[in-house]
Design a protein around this ligand. Structure first.
Ligand SMILES: NC(=O)C1=CN([C@@H]2O[C@H](COP(=O)(O)OP(=O)(O)OC[C@H]3O[C@@H](n4cnc5c(N)ncnc54)[C@H](O)[C@@H]3O)[C@@H](O)[C@H]2O)C=CC1
Ligand SMILES: O=C(CO)COP(=O)(O)O
Length: 338
């Protein structure tokens, strides 16, 4: 059934998920806070800064008016960087208080809020109380906008406390190139999504430094051990970490040239400074902030996360990557399953 859907955030992922929804027959409004970007999308049907050489369907309408985007929408999809989620959620709550629409709220972002260390669904739930929405669903998994734009095959997860809401999202997004699985473990799905970006920075750095495949496989495997350890401490289901939003997303982000986190790490490994890397990317590198949040959480909870710590020291204390790798290798022998 055709539904009206609002997408908040017109970067690479938001604009391509909006494109999927249009292709699936829905009536989609894409909200951006940038007038020139809305104009480019509506007049040229392009979004060149984020997705090169791609033409969006004419049916996709961009707007800078959040109220217009959201009014009568059955669902509202957040796809903004983690660091502006609270701000955009506050803005949405204000709009919803003014109108009768009570949409299903979905988010597809990957990170933890700096300072509070909260997951994105927690931030959204705090700002948009349950009486202003009809449910909350997380969409996550191994997916690069560039490949979904090409209709390459992609499989992701829709997670919600309420399985019916997860199924609704499954139905909205599924088609012959995008397959959605449902899950009820929001904590595991969001934690896997957030922490894989940290490990991807490490994988890029290993590549930039010229390390081989063994080192990269080791980083991913021991990275997954850390991600699971922290996630389980917050109540995640261990099995979620061997699913699409866990190891699936870890693999794609640690190996894909599309990944901004991997590319950032690669440039750090080649000797560039963090600020230069951030300035040149022009898109969000979620792993940088999430590394700080994860490092602080691990300290608070007394959870061993040596790879995250090493990456934190490189990003925030100006430590040399090779020295950090040497320290990791000098650690006392451990049992694999501890
Ligand atoms: N790019 C991808 O393939 C994927 C990205 N994600 C996640 O989706 C989230 C967004 O990522 P991308 O779209 O790639 O980022 P991006 O950097 O390509 O775009 C972010 C967009 O958010 C907009 N924005 C920033 N502040 C805003 C505000 N206050 N109000 C409205 N819009 C605002 C920016 O103008 C920009 O258009 C991230 O958490 C990322 O981890 C998840 C899966 C795939
Ligand atoms: O989450 C993603 C792939 O699943 C996108 O990763 P990057 O943000 O590193 O590009």
């Amino acid at each position: 059934m055709k539904q009206k859907i609002a997408v908040l955030g017109a970067g690479s992922w938001g604009s391509i998920l909006a494109n999927v929804l249009v292709e699936n027959g829905h009536d989609v409004k894409l909200y951006t806070n940038s007038e020139p970007q809305a104009q480019e999308l509506n007049e040229k049907h392009t979004n060149e800064h984020y997705i090169h050489d791609f033409t969006y369907p004419e049916a996709l309408v961009a707007t800078t008016d959040m109220r217009d985007a959201v009014k009568d929408a059955a669902a509202v999809l957040f796809v903004v960087p983690t660091n502006v989620t609270r701000l955009v959620a506050k803005q949405l709550a204000e709009v919803l208080r003014d109108i009768n629409t009570r949409p299903l709220v979905i988010h597809a972002s990957k990170g933890l809020e700096l300072g509070s260390h909260k997951r994105i669904s927690e931030v959204i739930a705090e700002e948009i109380p349950a009486d202003l929405r009809s449910g909350l669903v997380v969409l996550s998994g191994p997916s690069h906008a560039e490949e979904v734009a090409k209709k390459d095959i992609t499989l992701i997860t829709a997670a919600s406390d309420d399985i019916e809401n997860a199924k609704t999202v499954q139905n909205l997004f599924m088609n012959n190139y995008l397959r959605i699985y449902t899950n009820t473990d929001i904590v595991g799905v969001e934690m896997g999504a957030a922490f894989k970006n940290i490990i991807a920075i490490g994988a890029g750095a290993l590549h930039g430094l010229g390390y081989g495949d063994d080192a990269k496989a080791a980083l991913m495997t021991r990275g997954l051990a850390e991600i699971s350890r922290l996630g389980i401490a917050f109540g995640a289901d261990p099995l979620t970490f061997i699913g699409l939003s866990g190891v699936g997303d870890l693999i794609v982000t640690c190996t894909s040239v599309h990944s901004r986190n991997w590319r950032a790490g690669n440039q750090l490994g080649q000797g560039k400074g963090l600020q230069e890397v951030i300035d040149n990317m022009g898109m969000v590198i979620e792993g940088v902030n999430t590394c700080k949040a994860a490092y602080e959480l691990a300290e608070q909870k007394n959870i061993e996360m040596p790879i995250t710590e090493a990456i934190y020291h490189v990003l925030y204390d100006g430590k040399d990557i090779k020295d950090e790798i040497a320290l990791l290798m000098e650690r006392e022998g451990k049992a694999e399953l501890d």
